[in-house]
Design a protein around this ligand. Structure first.
Ligand code: FAD
Length: 388
């Protein structure tokens, strides 16, 4: 018995994108979302959407709802603390109107949820998937909706639960490496206007990023050990701003105010493989990355987009078949492994106090600065993924 051609666990940014990308394919869709409703959640994170992601969201008709709330990034200044070496990636040099833009997680979630409702895609809110099983014919989700148990059978089940929902997915293991780091996020007001410049500054304890968000506000992502991040989160405002100034420096003048602080533990978690019998995992459920290069959602969005494209290319009876799932794995391999390796490389090589490495990093950044084709190559991969 099949209730849905495609059932999706998780109506977060990636699951919702997949459902929207499948809306015109004549399939019976079902989304199970644990949150109680489509209202934007209070999540202090902001997301740097790459220019490539913006193009996908435009094609899905979501962009008009997001556009009033986003702040464009026109250049990214990359440097290391207390060391020489820097490079600047600019939209102009890369031949695009902007490298990306900043949006609040809650705004993104709300815009996608609104688009799901307008498209009439069935989303069961307050539905928590508890267990998944699968046979050669279908995948089965056991869930609890508003306190009552329910079951869905699907030809293809897609797990987009962010990697935090299901503890077990048949045929898939999760490799997890703890970075021993946490991200402190906050909104900070600066003395000087941002002029749409984002900063990524590497320190031996982890990167610190300032992302333009609103008028004179920056979204801060400050990586530290979990203990220090929590202590910073609890500091009073004056002490916090002084510590931030000491850590980041004076490129934006003084830090004037801080609000909406929150802490996220950081780790690398990879599902291997990303498909099982009648099922696929996408987004953070497939790979949870360090936010250092702002790649997590952008990569997950491309998982959803490529999966929907593949489903559009195959015959209906091939949906969820081993051959279809093998093609999905092959298509996503380069982009996914590239994103994982790139992010992990940045964390390990740029957050490292090994003697000599600081000078080497400085040379690398300076070399990049003088080589426009190399800069364009890096920016291109960050905007559009390994497959362009
Ligand atoms: C501090 C920080 C900064 C970041 N910055 C960036 C950035 O600049 N750029 C970028 O691209 N990425 C960034 N990321 C990563 C980005 O947040 C994630 O990649 C993205 O949220 C993944 O979306 P998702 O839909 O896969 O998972 P999630 O956002 O986790 O959504 C999962 C959804 O599934 C639902 N769910 C969970 N369990 C169940 C269940 N059992 N049943 C039903 N529903 C369930 C949840 O309620 C949720 O709605 C950042 C992450 C952090 C922590």
């Amino acid at each position: 018995m099949i209730d849905a051609d495609v059932a999706i666990i998780g109506g977060g940014p990636v699951g919702a994108t997949l459902a929207l990308a499948l809306q015109d394919k004549g399939l019976r869709l079902m989304v199970l979302e644990a949150r109680p409703d489509p209202m934007p959640p209070a999540d202090p994170r902001v997301i740097a959407l790459s220019y490539g992601s913006r193009l996908i969201l435009q094609r899905l008709g979501v962009w008009s709802a997001l556009a009033p709330s986003v702040t464009p990034i026109r250049s990214i200044h990359v440097s290391q603390r207390a060391r020489l070496g820097r490079t600047v990636l600019s939209a102009q040099e890369c031949g695009v109107p902007e490298l990306g833009c900043i949006v609040e997680y809650g705004v993104l979630y709300g815009a996608l949820a609104g688009a799901l409702a307008r498209a009439g895609i069935p989303v069961l809110y307050d539905a928590q998937a508890r267990r998944v099983t699968s046979t050669l014919e279908s995948a089965t989700v056991h869930y609890v909706h508003a306190g009552r148990p329910g079951v869905v059978y699907a030809a293809l089940l897609v797990v987009a639960d962010g990697g935090k929902g299901l503890t077990e997915i048949p045929g898939i293991r999760r490799d997890v490496q703890d970075y021993g780091q946490a991200a402190l996020v906050a909104q900070v007001e600066t003395e000087l206007p941002h002029h749409h410049v984002a900063y990524e500054r590497f320190t031996t304890r982890g990167p610190v990023a300032l992302l333009p968000h609103g008028e004179r506000t920056y979204a801060l992502v400050w990586t530290e050990t979990p203990e220090i991040a929590q202590a910073l989160c609890e500091l009073d405002e004056t002490d916090f701003l002084r510590r931030l100034y000491d850590h980041f420096g004076d490129r934006q003048g003084a830090f004037l105010a801080v609000r909406d602080r929150g802490v996220f533990p950081l780790r690398l978690a990879c599902a291997r493989p990303v498909t099982g019998r009648r099922l696929a995992v996408i987004g953070n459920a497939a790979q949870t990355l360090h936010p250092v290069a702002g790649q997590g959602f952008n990569l997950g969005l491309r998982d959803a987009w490529e999966l929907a494209r593949l489903i559009g290319e195959i015959r209906r009876e091939q949906l969820g078949s081993p051959a279809m799932l093998q093609r999905y794995r092959a298509r996503r391999c380069l982009d996914r492994e590239g994103g994982i390796l790139f992010t992990d490389f940045l964390v390990r090589v740029f957050s490292n106090g090994l003697p000599g490495l600081g000078a080497l990093r400085g040379h690398g950044l300076n070399l990049l600065e003088t080589c426009l084709p190399a800069k364009r190559f890096v920016a291109d991969k960050m905007m559009f993924g390994a497959r362009g």
